[in-house]
Design a protein. Structure first.
Lengths: 361, 361
């Protein structure tokens, strides 16, 4: 005769892959019914849209089927109540150790949707300009499969150190704190062939397990797309807002609007639009050449109801400095007013999202 | 006296309604025990959650009870091992009906790792050039969050039709068959905010549920990165090889090498390298301007041991044509030799990956 106790013990061996605790401990196993060799129970998940649902169900089923005498297992799914979820979700109760000691005033994500429009360049120049103003600045490189930030800031290979509270970010020449997957890889050309959950996990660790200390601004450099990385940053980090980057290239327009729509859907304010690669300058004639066609950013800013923060030219000099790890040597005069505008408009990070911030609840 | 042979013969008349083959042939009938007028056996199903379980059991029971001398039938259910399932399911990923009727000779993925270097442009021009040579050509747009292909090929909004076998791709002016998420969205600016498993699912559907028919070449346009989309295409589609796209922009080099490493790790041959945005032409002086710095693609091709297929300039004209859905009007003389080289070197799609292809196992 199979007992409920045996079923529960079997299910104690199944972990929720995200919450890293077993199903019984999480209070997910309910209404166990045993009839001869048939076992039926309900699994209460934190969300029925859980992408790992099938995996959890399969593992739960296999665990119970492994019991002597069980021939059939039926699982019903339901969603936990908001109250129940709150008790077990870790983001709210159990941040990384480092996170409890960090004080980050403003978190600004640089996003585009479209690749190759210069998100990382804008993120880097924004950090440089804010640092020049005397602020404490960090950059969290959330592009896990195509990270560009370390190459811009470090002429030679750097390795982060570990501290008692977590990983220490690497400091640039002017004191910008940087964390990127490329600082942790054996070789910077090594491919990171990860599916979404690992990408999200790495970004959460860069937030929760990195000793950022006291920062006025943390700039988050997002990869292209509106999938896992962008979702994780928008859902798990207390963003002040996002800066959208576009270029006059055909198609950028449409894809950047998808990014804008994502931000709107997730209630993240759009702080403004930066157009990169607006024009090149002919070295012989000094004329502006619109090599990717005429600018569309003015129209786009109006359509999105966001300020156009500025337009940046294509500059062979900056490509060279970035490749040499010397972005901080670039005068970036065009960028100072953009950074100033952003600093003025940046609301404090949405602290209420995080219980561990003093005073927030 | 009832024999096991008789029982098996009776069960050969019972079909699995989904797999359309009989239970014995599928290896589902096991451990037949006969004691006087009592018959007992085990049915190993592909899943215990099978909605047709009861029907199959009832039919199996009736078939055996119909044998002369049988008075009682007892059936035990179990689930097949992963290994056993693999042997009988048409394909682990359950391909759509369309896939069984498609005949696609060569599948070429266009990849970069880096965003914004012109993957979609290269994919589009490659398709156009192959079509001009008289081949049957399709484009599978695997960039689910930032799809660019429809905008290049269609001046007005198009909607795919459904057929009895699956979704029909939309045909371009010159007869290139195209499938993209943007052909299925309400508005092309709608954001697709999906985590990895959904992205992978969509790509698999574009392969398995789209009625491509007979194609000489299917070009797959990949998004940036080495995560879900690239993994799914490399693991689930029978690729002939990948074409890598790079640009002289700083950092492209490093990120494209990550893509090359991924292809190597997943045993997908790299057919060659195309450098896009190599230079712009000053309209006043006619001089080539290397606006993103000097070309690095020659060195890179040597390092990766792959042929450098060609270098494409930045062309305001092509940006305009792409934006207007008229890429097929572009003469693309630079591209004809690239397409020719690729066509010559493309090996047949790795058919052995798919059980449903005749002759493969």
């Amino acid at each position: 005769m199979i007992t409920e106790e045996q079923v529960r013990q079997a299910l104690e061996k199944v972990m929720d892959p995200e919450l890293k605790r077993n199903l019984v401990e999480l209070g997910m196993v309910r209404d166990v019914e045993i009839r001869d060799s048939q076992v039926k129970f309900t699994l209460a998940l934190t969300t029925l849209a859980c992408p790992l649902k099938d995996q959890i169900m399969a593992e739960a089923k296999a665990a119970v089927l492994a019991l002597d005498g069980v021939k059939e297992v039926e699982i019903e799914l339901k969603e936990m109540s908001a109250e129940e979820k709150k008790r077990i979700l870790p983001d709210r109760d159990q941040p990384g150790v480092a996170e409890r000691f960090n004080h980050i005033e403003h978190v600004i994500a640089v996003m585009s949707g479209k690749g190759g429009v210069g998100k990382s360049l804008v993120a880097g120049l924004l950090a440089v300009a804010l640092r020049r103003e005397g602020h404490q600045v960090g950059i969290l490189d959330a592009d896990i499969t195509g990270p560009s930030i370390p190459r811009m800031f470090f002429p030679t290979r750097q390795w982060p150190k570990g501290g008692p509270l977590g990983i220490l970010p690497v400091e640039s020449k002017t004191g910008i704190k940087i964390m990127s997957i490329n600082l942790l890889l054996q070789s910077e050309e090594q491919a990171v062939i990860w599916r979404g959950p690992l990408i999200s996990g790495a970004i959460k660790q860069f937030w929760g397990d990195v000793v950022w200390g006291d920062l006025d601004y943390l700039i988050v450099d997002l990869p292209p797309g509106t999938s896992d990385a962008a979702l994780t940053v928008m859902q798990s980090l207390p963003l002040s807002g996002v800066v959208l980057v576009t270029s006059p290239q055909g198609l950028a327009d449409m894809v950047v609007k998808k990014a804008a729509q994502m931000a709107a859907q997730l209630n993240v304010p759009i702080m403004g639009l930066v157009e990169n690669m607006s024009y090149a300058i002919c070295p012989d004639t000094g004329k502006k050449l619109e090599v990717f066609g005429p600018s569309k950013s003015g129209v786009m800013a109006t359509q999105l109801h966001v300020p156009l923060l500025g337009r940046l030219p294509i500059e062979p000099q900056i490509a060279e400095l970035c490749d040499a790890g010397r972005i901080e040597d670039y005068p970036a005069e065009e960028f100072a007013p953009i950074a100033k505008k952003l600093a003025e408009m940046a609301l404090p990070a949405r602290r209420a999202m995080f219980l561990n911030v003093p005073g927030a609840k």
